[in-house]
Design a protein around this ligand. Structure first.
Ligand SMILES: Nc1ncnc2c1ncn2[C@@H]1O[C@H](COP(=O)(O)OP(=O)(O)O)[C@@H](O)[C@H]1O
Ligand SMILES: Cc1ncc(COP(=O)(O)OP(=O)(O)O)c(N)n1
Length: 497
């Protein structure tokens, strides 16, 4: 016997999924996501993927017993999660082991049929699973499994399902986590039901195909949490909130072409991940190439851009910078430390002081030629930035403001390198401002702050950062592309959202 360790020790007794979405593989990820030390005893080897089950191999029951005893002879098990059992013999063997070892927390996910329709439990094993319910503290059936456990038809409404859960809880003296994933509609409610109380837990239904292994992942998360939470409702509520986020982040994993897995670690920082800025720059290769190819940018670089077009751009840019400055101020407000706070506050001031001076000088010379309101392209870019500033996290705001530093520093440095001496360049003041090593240093610092922010936001947060960054880049290209005295053929498409 070991003394209590720094982490709860949680055992999964379940089948396998070589694609990692369900079974012991999902359970171990759920345990890790909740800070538990995970262990696994395999009941069945399942050849399956995101489309369905191809074959099942159930090892001899003696070998199952050997695995179970190897764990419990040596390790104190704080909680057990039981998943796929496959056969009656396996279910009875697990029941016998539970009787001998009596772990303090037993969660039974009565896995019978995968959502793909493939059976994961022999029909003649249903009675054995019903017997096993009496060894469990919490049983987590979906709607069809609840019907089978009671010997009743599958509930077709949530009210019927709640009544069935109540009957099971009373008859078996067990707490039931009723799962509503198989219901139709916009919600995916669950409920914790015992002989006297029903606690419903609401959740929106995420519109996604990434729901493979949701039942496994939820029951494993609850098993990992329960030893450290005061009651089932608290543990289930926490696990369900996590699972909803994991489901929403699942599609970004791009695992398989069928019903994909959830992202168990969506909330967690990833050790050894590529810096955000490296990822982000790679995602906008096409947009950067499109930018270089714009007549405006080519004309700016070689000095052939008509002056009216440059003034038109400067006028829109002055309107843009006035709002961009506010978004930088928002980044400063949200910044986690004084250094980042100062950086973005200085950036906000610089927009108004230095860059607007450059613009004011040129525009004063142009007179009243360019005094109109913000164009559709300017408005669209500003609206995107202000929306991120109003609703996004610090990390998203930093990602959204980054292209205005980075693309300008990149273009400025390359034009400067090609032009050499700016004295004779008609747009030398612009090129000098953005090609300046000081501006390149500011862009590098903005990248660094985005990389630091990305470390703490998990997979879903990083995906939101990338979306904000790519959208800002597309707006940058559209912003340059709007400038034309002569009409251009194809406007640049900006992604929405
Ligand atoms: N599309 C979805 N959006 C949000 N939650 C979902 C979705 N599908 C399933 N869930 C949740 O996933 C968990 C497992 O649900 P369910 O599909 O009923 O079980 P199983 O995976 O065992 O068939 C439940 O908490 C359920 O509410
Ligand atoms: C080995 C194994 N165990 C259980 C399941 C079923 O997973 P579940 O979480 O119930 O969800 P679906 O993937 O069926 O929606 C499985 N497929 N494999």
């Amino acid at each position: 016997m070991n003394a209590a360790g720094s982490r709860v020790r949680v055992l999964s007794v379940a089948g396998t999924d070589p694609t990692g979405g369900a079974g012991v593989q999902a359970d171990l990820k759920s345990f890790a996501a909740h800070g538990a030390y995970g262990m696994a005893v395999v009941t069945a080897l399942v050849a399956q993927n995101t489309h369905g089950v191809r074959a099942v191999h159930v090892p001899d029951v003696e070998f199952l017993r050997a695995q179970l005893e190897a764990v419990s002879d040596d390790v104190t098990v704080d909680a057990v999660k039981i998943g796929m059992l496959g056969t009656r013999t396996v279910a009875d063997e697990v029941a016998a082991w539970l009787t001998r070892t009596r772990p303090p927390v037993v969660v039974l996910d009565p896995v019978m049929v995968a959502t793909s329709g493939d059976r994961l439990l022999d029909a003649d094993a249903e009675d054995a699973v019903r017997r096993l319910v009496r060894h469990a503290d919490l049983v987590t059936p979906n709607l069809p499994e609840l019907g089978v456990l009671l010997g009743e038809p599958t509930a077709t409404t949530w009210a019927q399902a709640l009544a069935q859960a109540r009957r099971l809880a009373t008859a078996s003296q067990v707490t039931v986590l009723l799962k509503g994933g198989h219901l139709a509609g916009d919600a995916s409610p669950d409920a914790v039901v015992d002989a006297t109380t029903v606690t419903e837990l609401d959740a929106v239904r995420v519109s996604t195909t990434s729901t493979h292994g949701t039942g496994c992942s939820l029951s494993a998360a609850v098993a990992a949490l329960r030893p450290r939470r005061p009651d089932w409702v608290t543990a289930v509520r926490e696990a369900k909130e996590w699972l909803t986020g994991a489901i929403a982040a699942g599609e970004a994993l791009a695992v398989g072409s069928g019903r994909g897995p959830v992202d168990h670690l969506h909330h967690a920082p990833t050790l050894g991940a590529r810096p955000f800025s490296a990822d982000a720059w790679g995602r906008v290769v096409d947009l950067r190439a499109a930018c270089d190819d714009l007549p405006f940018v080519r004309g700016l670089a070689d000095g052939t851009l008509p002056v009216e077009e440059f003034e038109q751009y400067l006028h829109q840019d002055a309107l843009y910078l006035a709002q961009y400055s506010r978004v930088l101020a928002r980044a400063s407000q949200l910044a986690p430390d004084a250094a980042a706070q100062v950086f973005f506050a200085r950036g906000a001031a610089r927009c108004l002081e230095v860059e607007s001076l450059l613009h004011a000088d040129r525009l004063a010379r142009a007179g009243t030629r360019w005094s109109g309101p913000a164009s559709p392209a300017t408005t669209a870019y500003v609206d995107h930035l202000l929306a991120v500033a109003a609703t996004g996290s610090y990390a998203e705001v930093v990602a959204a403001v980054l292209p205005c530093y980075w693309l300008y520093a990149d273009i400025g440095a390359r034009i400067l390198a090609r032009a050499g001496d700016l004295a004779a360049h008609p747009y030398g003041d612009w090129v000098g401002t953005y090609g300046d090593p000081e501006f390149a240093a500011a862009a590098a610092r903005a990248c660094e702050l985005a990389d630091v922010a990305a470390r703490d936001v998990g997979g879903a947060g990083r995906a939101r950062m990338l979306a904000a960054f790519v959208t800002s880049c597309a707006h940058e290209v559209a912003f340059f592309d709007q400038v034309r005295v002569r009409p251009l053929a194809t406007p640049v498409a900006v992604p929405t959202g």
